[in-house]
Design a protein around this ligand. Sequence first.
Ligand code: ATP
Ligand code: MG
Length: 139
Amino acid sequence: MSGNKTFTMIKPDAVADGHTGAIIKMIEEAGFKVVAMKKTQLTSEQAGQFYAVHKERPFYADLCRYMSSGAIVPMILEKSNAVADFRTLIGATDPAKADEGTVRKLYAKSIEANAIHGSDSDENAAIEGSFFFAGTEQY
Ligand code: ATP
Ligand code: MG
């Protein structure tokens, strides 16, 4: 059975460009409830830890640099079928392939600077949520 929580973060390009509010509005209008949220910045080491699954990929060093280049807004979200529904809302990794009306179609600049992250499984949603919010109240 699919779970009711997922994890997201608005990435440095979208935060720097002033799209945080517009993106949170899209998330809430799609029926997700924000249960934890903050604004923070990762070190390159923390970004590397977060994306450790990609450490053998050619884009890993660039990804760590990009993800630690500015503020991000991580959030835990709640909704039925959260992981799959949120991946639909954000669209494909490459904005050129993302459907009309998705967050990445509207706000991503490139396959790397693609505005937003969305967990790819219930298990990773729990791991990624605790990465930022372990021991934090959720509402
Ligand atoms: P995310 O995990 O951030 O939600 P995703 O699941 O759509 O994105 P992944 O394959 O997990 O895509 O890649 C993680 C991130 O690495 C991407 O969101 C993007 O920022 C970056 N990335 C992925 N593929 C490439 C690539 N070919 N070149 C540059 N950066 C890439
Ligand atoms: Mg991913």
